[in-house]
Design a binder for this molecule. Structure first.
Ligand code: NBG
Length: 848
């Protein structure tokens, strides 16, 4: 943006918006001085990162405010994505890509004597999520903005995100994640938009002015929700949507009444307990039963968000009667499902709607996405805990349930079995509220996240609901954003692709199809191989520094990075490593390509078996990596603290992607997509989105093994006996016996017993049943890797055929089929026409 000074010959760029290298350099120095309070001589690298981040944020603000303005001016629908988790990853690099500013900024930074990559690497990522679910929310925010769809992301501003992982003596150690310690330049607090949230207490009935029966909630305590906003910019568009995360604070920063009574500590305690609400993200796979704080977090952010939507709605509408026309609210799993009861409460108690109209509005507003079938992950809250925290919501849920079950009775007059199956209240054992039932009943649309998973949702956990409302159910296969997961993380690959087919694929991933013919082009395959080699060298360098281990970039990089969980079967991978190790020990002349096994992932702090799997990986690595008879033929690496940043290093360098969950257990997976989009081949089961990936890339370019979902069910139903597999398979027996002998644990024969006993005893995830098929398939992988030319041909075909898995495609489907929402173009217009703040020119006319 340029404005003219008194001298019409001189064009001066505004320091806060200008895009030339000179202006960027000036802005950097300016921000270092005025925002960080430093000059180059005393500034730390982190100060320089902050100055650069503010420089980029300044260039986002115009778009962000234009986006607000545009949405206020038009009465288009807005989608509100409610998610307890956003695993965003660092902002700086991504914003440079989306603003198309990478090159000029790189130059400006270099000319200022700094290194752009070094500054990018300094950013502490906001780890406000556990894994796939939170990362999906982040990819969705990127796609929503890129597709110019009006959207607000709502969530929680955890002070401590997912813990940092260190590996000590092979064990996981958790360190608190202090991501806010050095400040967060990407957010702006909006205390003026704070809201109050009630908890506990009791309810009373009364008759209103018209003699109607009403309920009033007298809370036991109040907490204030303060919004912190972060712009989420789309790629090559002016749309910057808002991510609004709520922080809890004491309603009064000090309880003066108590203070005056001399109860100083009581007053402080209130403040502390209010602030605790958004202190920490709960790791998943953790028993959440009885964790009242978790339910309080969920209610807190959902109520803040709904109140915020209502405020926005009422600025342009006289009543809430058309709320559902203005907002489509998507529930990311059941974590925000309390929203159904909360919107009913707001409409009925606070805005005095009659029940039926309130229900129509609520039902038309919500959509619910299910992300897991694992019984232990399905949220249930005991009635007593629920009633203590949210007494009014419990009454509302009873009323919703009553009315719903009345309909069920009419449909199935003879059958009380259905009532118990469908009820929101689970009467078996300690009575509890089933959040998935509340979400399903309160939403007009319910979806799973991959084709198989959506079918299983209909056949298993929500079967009885599907019978009543088949039209409510659909599938929306997950996707990932190519901006972060290709352009940003793999510039070498992206450049190679763009040289061949132009760069339209970045916004229209189906264009990757144009690469297909090049798979048959020997010259292109050569280029591909040398590109891959240098990407692998980068990771090898990282491993050398981090793990003090030399790995050969020509070896097959066999990678499994994801949360550690028994159903994901990292231990099946380890069994194969040991099997290969034994093979090589027994026959040193064996011709197999050298492999580097790379693992990464966090285990929930209280999930003992998952932590033992980490220990096993490291213990096997310790032996294998130092066995001179093995040399460079096998290496095992555990990368600590797997997060978005590390993912960006790892996916590009993989040759083989391990997607080996027990069939039927992984709802979708999204890592599987990132690998394949970066040219790794997959070894996988017919689970989650693997099935669709295989369909797209072709069965001949995918390494398939293992039981199918129906075979898994059948095997278990027939009385599965893992011990028999152990007894009857000499290779498997040798592997298990070696672990049990203490070979990997300095002679300690008890260390890995719990894990081995579980495998031989009941093996709920059928490792024993899938072992042989997995090893056979891995042998095919080894064979295929020996033909490098053909391997690269398959890799190119993988990339060329992965267009379906862009989150842009996923979001288009949600927008059309669930949200009925259209894009709105944001025009970049100058809010400060003379290049200075309007307020100044209005008040003193200094810039006429
Ligand atoms: C996870 C599934 C993954 C899926 C992501 C995103 C939860 C509850 N579910 O398979 O395990 O890819 O959600 O949909 O975290």
């Amino acid at each position: 943006m340029a404005f003219t000074t008194n001298n019409p010959l001189i064009q001066v760029e505004d320091d806060r918006t200008g895009l030339s290298v000179e202006t960027l350099k000036r802005a950097l120095a300016d921000n270092l001085f005025y925002l960080q309070g430093k000059f180059p001589g005393i500034a730390t690298k982190h100060d320089c990162y902050m100055a650069l981040a503010y420089t980029i944020r300044d260039r986002l603000l115009q778009r962000w405010l234009n986006t607000f303005q545009t949405y206020m001016a038009c009465d288009n629908r807005v989608v509100c994505y409610l998610s307890a988790e956003y695993l965003l990853g660092p902002h700086l690099g991504n914003n440079l890509i989306n603003l198309e500013l990478y090159e000029p900024v790189k130059q400006a930074v270099e000319e200022s004597g700094l290194d752009l990559q070094e500054l990018i690497d300094l950013e502490e990522e906001p780890g406000l999520g556990n894994g796939g679910l939170g990362r999906l929310a982040a990819c969705f925010m990127d796609s929503l903005a890129t597709l110019e769809i009006p959207a607000i992301g709502y969530g929680i501003r955890y002070e401590f995100g997912i813990f940092d992982q260190e590996i000590k003596d092979g064990w996981q150690v958790e360190i608190t994640d202090k991501w806010l310690q050095l400040g967060n330049p990407w957010e702006i607090a909006r205390p003026e938009a704070s809201v109050l949230i009630k908890f506990g207490g009791h309810t009373e009935t009364y008759a209103d002015d018209h003699g109607n029966y009403r309920v009033r909630w007298i809370p036991g305590s109040l907490v204030k929700g303060v919004p912190y906003d972060t712009p989420i910019l789309g790629y090559k568009v002016s749309t910057a949507n808002n991510l609004r995360l709520w922080k809890s604070e004491a309603a009064e920063s000090f309880d003066f009444r108590r203070f005056n009574l001399g109860d100083y500590y009581g007053a402080v305690e209130d403040k502390v307990s209010s602030e605790n609400l958004t202190k920490v993200l709960y790791p998943n796979d953790e028993q959440i039963k009885g964790k009242k704080l978790r339910l309080a977090q969920q209610y807190f952010f959902v109520s803040c968000s709904l109140q915020d939507m209502i405020r926005i709605h009422l600025t342009g509408n006289p009543t809430l009667d058309n709320f559902h026309e203005h907002f489509a609210v998507q529930l990311n799993d059941t974590h925000p499902a309390i929203g159904v009861a909360e919107l009913m409460r707001l409409l009925v108690d606070e805005y005095r709607f009659d029940w039926d109209r309130a229900w129509q509005i609520t039902h038309a507003t919500f959509g619910y996405t299910n992300h897991t079938l694992l019984p232990e992950a399905l949220e249930k809250w005991s009635l007593s805990l629920f009633g203590d925290l949210l007494p009014r919501h419990l009454e509302i849920i009873y009323e919703i349930n009553q009315r719903f079950l009345d309909q069920v009775r009419i449909k199935y007059p003879q059958d009380s079995g259905h009532l118990a199956q469908l009820s929101i209240i689970d009467e078996a054992g300690e009575k509890s509220v089933r959040m998935a039932h509340l979400a399903t009943i309160g939403s007009h649309a319910v979806n799973g996240v991959a084709a198989l998973h959506s079918e299983l949702v209909k056949e298993t956990i929500l079967k009885d609901f599907y019978e009543i409302w088949p039209e409510k159910f659909s599938n929306k296969t997950n996707g990932v954003t190519p901006r972060r997961w290709m352009v940003l993380s793999n510039p070498r690959l992206s450049q190679l692709i763009s040289e061949q087919i132009g760069d339209t694929w970045i916004k229209d991933l189906d264009q990757l199809h144009q690469l297909e013919p090049y798979a048959a082009d020997a010259e292109f395959r050569q280029k591909w191989q040398s590109m891959k080699r240098s990407v692998k060298q980068d990771l090898a360098n990282y491993i050398q520094v981090q793990n003090e281990l030399l790995v050969d970039p020509n070896s097959l990089f066999d990678v499994q990075v994801k949360r550690i969980h028994e159903y994901k079967r990292q231990h099946l991978n380890v069994l194969h490593v040991i099997h290969l190790y034994l093979q090589l020990k027994n026959d040193p002349t064996l011709e197999i390509p050298p492999r580097t096994f790379i693992f990464g992932g966090k285990a929930a702090p209280s999930y003992y078996i998952a932590k033992l799997i980490i220990k096993l990986i490291n213990a096997v690595g310790d032996v294998v990596n130092h066995d001179p008879a093995i040399g460079d033929r096998l290496k095992v690496v555990f990368l600590d603290d797997y997060n978005v940043k590390l993912g960006q290093r790892v996916y590009p360098a993989a040759d083989l992607s391990e997607q080996i969950s027990t069939a039927g257990k992984e709802a979708s997976g999204t890592g599987n997509m990132k690998f394949s989009l970066n040219g790794a081949l997959t070894i996988g089961t017919l689970d989650g989105a693997n099935i669709e990936i295989r369909e797209e890339v072709g069965a001949e370019n995918f390494f398939l093994f293992g039981l199918t979902t129906p075979e898994v069910e059948q095997t278990l139903a027939q009385g599965y006996r893992p011990w028999d597999y152990y007894q009857n398979n000499a290779d498997l027996k040798a592997v298990i016996d070696l672990i049990n002998s203490g070979f990997f644990s300095h002679g300690d024969t008890t260390l890995f017993r719990p894990l081995m006993d579980s495998l031989l005893g009941h093996d709920p995830y059928l490792l024993m049943a899938d072992f042989q098929s997995y090893c056979d398939c891995q042998a095919q992988v080894s064979k295929a890797y020996q033909d490098q030319d053909n391997w690269s041909r398959m890799a190119i075909l993988n990339v060329a055929r992965m267009g379906k898995f862009s989150s842009d495609r996923t979001i288009r489907e949600y927008a059309k089929e669930i949200w009925s929402i259209n894009p709105v173009q944001v025009e970049l217009e100058d809010l400060c026409p003379d290049g200075r703040c309007l307020l100044i020119s209005h008040t003193n006319g200094a810039h006429s």
